[in-house]
Design a protein around this ligand. Sequence first.
Ligand code: WQD
Length: 344
Amino acid sequence: MKKLVVVTGGTGFIGSHTAVELMEAGYDVLIIDDLSNSRIEVLDGIERITGRKPLFEKFDLCDRVKVTECFKKYTGIAAIIHFAAHKAVPESMDKPLMYYENNLLSLINLLRAMKEYGVKYFVFSSSCTVYGQPDTLPVTEKSPIKKAASPYGNTKQISEEIIQDVVSAGDPIQAISLRYFNPIGAHPTAYIGELPIGIPLNLVPYLTQTAIGIREELQVFGDDYNTPDGSAIRDYINVVDLSRAHVVSIDRLLAGKNKSALEIFNLGTGNGLSVFEIINSFEKATGIKVKYQVVGRREGDIEKVWADTSLANNELGWKAVIPLEETLRSAWKWEQYIRQENNG
Ligand code: WQD
């Protein structure tokens, strides 16, 4: 009997890749998604890769009744990975209440149902945004949590505090919070990938849309940072590497190998790369020239951040291994695939 793992937000970018890795590791998957920021066709992509379609329930996790009904219907849930959240930093500045209500109420409803229905294991999708601009680099899990630069980042900080308070209260939940750096790339089959709706906020999807001609040119937000080439530095991690860390976390919890009721891990490569380095690597990896223009800094951006990944490497036994150029080629292959699908 395969163990059933619930993946909320599982038709999203990281959720869909994690569903694939879970299914390929022998788990059954139930995806819960309200499709507010993703498409149902992602389920077909998952099926094309794995040969199986995951179970799927469409509802809003802020609806407590629907959450309860789902836990009543699926009695054998082994664990939950919670991705479902709004995650656009600029949008969160415009609509803070939408972000606090959606991201916190969905978490609270899930934790409440887990307690009520005896589901013990929980993996939470967190973010390096909780660190703000670290004072020292690389940033470790013990680095100070800075005041969040956005309501989005604050919902991640508050969510981790809620989980900590729940496990401290003695609820039988065992949790792992994974702090992502910058997820990029796509599944090597190109059957799933990042599907930004509207104008992409993130660097790599905007870059691939520029390369394919949808966007006129890429805007580089600032070249006057205190970095070697002046552009901002981030820790870009392949989405498949990132997804595999979730499977390792589920395995760890189900085997009772976690060392505390809430463990926190940074998920990055440990290498910082600048915007210009990403552009140059993309051009080298694909042979495609990217038109760009340097403009002013983007409000809310930090200058540089990259992860100390030793805790995840040593404790989880996980390491990001997919090379950057392979990752950028996968992003390009995905961009070409979805354009062909949309024009087909
Ligand atoms: C990366 C770099 C931009 C677009 C995001 C999420 C955050 C977290 C981490 C999930 C920055 C520059 C970007 C463009 C550019 N993920 N850039 N031109 O801001 O580091 O954070 O990933 O929790 O929630 O927001 O990622 O890809 O937007 O930017 O120059 O068109 O690329 O200034 O230096 P960011 P990003």
